[in-house]
Design a protein around this ligand. Structure first.
Ligand code: KIV
Length: 254
């Protein structure tokens, strides 16, 4: 698709119906992101998500999907400890969920583990820029790669991850100029989220693009629906119908 200059569309899913709808709509890649820690579990960060929880959600998503590539996100501390742990846990996710690939955050310090995981037959998507599992190192969710030093590091990390065998790299919250530079330099596709229009594909958290999350609207989120207000409206109308004795009618009874 990169060679054909065809943009790649990727969104997240954590449950059966969302995954089914995304697949039916023609999405190319479904990420079972550890963002489930935020939007499903209500945590402040992605750090508490366990490998078992990721396996649970990825298995459900995979069950719904016929065409899209399903990528399981590797959870915090399931792959950073060492090469052996990375191989064991990436293998566990692939084996127990049937997903098509895994995603790992990090640059040069993850390159060797990624190389070995790819070598044994597990496709890996990389993730650079604002990597949420490093939030306590960064200290905030601000744009990464603004300063030259960090921009240069993200660029060289991207080259390293390609060399290590990643089949694609997510670029999160970096300047558009850097997104363009990385995308032009790599043969593998870049998937941007707040990384400008010149990445080879785009990803968003589905709950954000559906307008389900009301109190989080960074510049890179475009809302395609108003599901929070529509859902609350439906709940209110149901409650009112029950209280008014308007639901159920005799036609809706046995
Ligand atoms: O966990 C996630 O949903 C992600 C995407 C935002 C890329 O990593």
């Amino acid at each position: 698709m990169k060679k054909r200059k065809e943009k790649i569309a990727m969104l997240t899913a954590y449950d059966f119906l969302t995954a089914k709808f995304l697949d039916q709509a023609g999405i190319e890649v479904i990420l079972v992101g550890d963002s489930l820690g935020n939007v499903i579990q209500g945590n402040e960060t992605t750090l508490p998500v366990t490998l078992e929880e990721m396996i649970y959600h990825t298995r459900i998503v995979k069950r719904a999907v016929r065409n899209a590539i399903v990528v399981g996100d590797m959870t915090f501390m399931s792959y950073q400890v060492g090469v052996k742990e990375a191989i064991t846990n990436c293998g566990k996710v692939m084996k127990e969920t049937g997903c098509d690939a895994v995603k790992m955050e990090g640059g040069d310090y993850m390159a060797e583990a990624i190389r070995r995981v790819v070598e044994i037959g597990i496709p890996v998507m990389g993730h650079l820029g604002l990597t949420p599992q490093s939030i306590n190192k960064f200290g905030s969710f601000k744009t990464r790669g603004v300063e030259k030093d960090e921009a240069d590091r993200i660029f060289s990390d991207a080259l390293l991850l390609e060399k290590a065998g990643c089949f694609a790299i997510v670029l999160e919250k970096i300047p558009a100029k850097l997104g363009t530079k990385v995308s032009k330099a790599l043969k593998i596709p870049t998937i941007g989220i707040g990384a400008g229009p010149n990445c080879d594909g785009q990803v968003m958290v589905t709950h954000d693009m559906l307008g389900l999350v009301e109190d989080f609207k960074p510049r890179f989120v475009r809302r395609y629906a108003k599901m929070a207000s529509d859902t609350k409206d439906a709940f209110r109308r149901y409650i009112k119908d029950v209280k008014d004795g308007k639901f159920p009618t005799l036609e809706e009874s046995y």
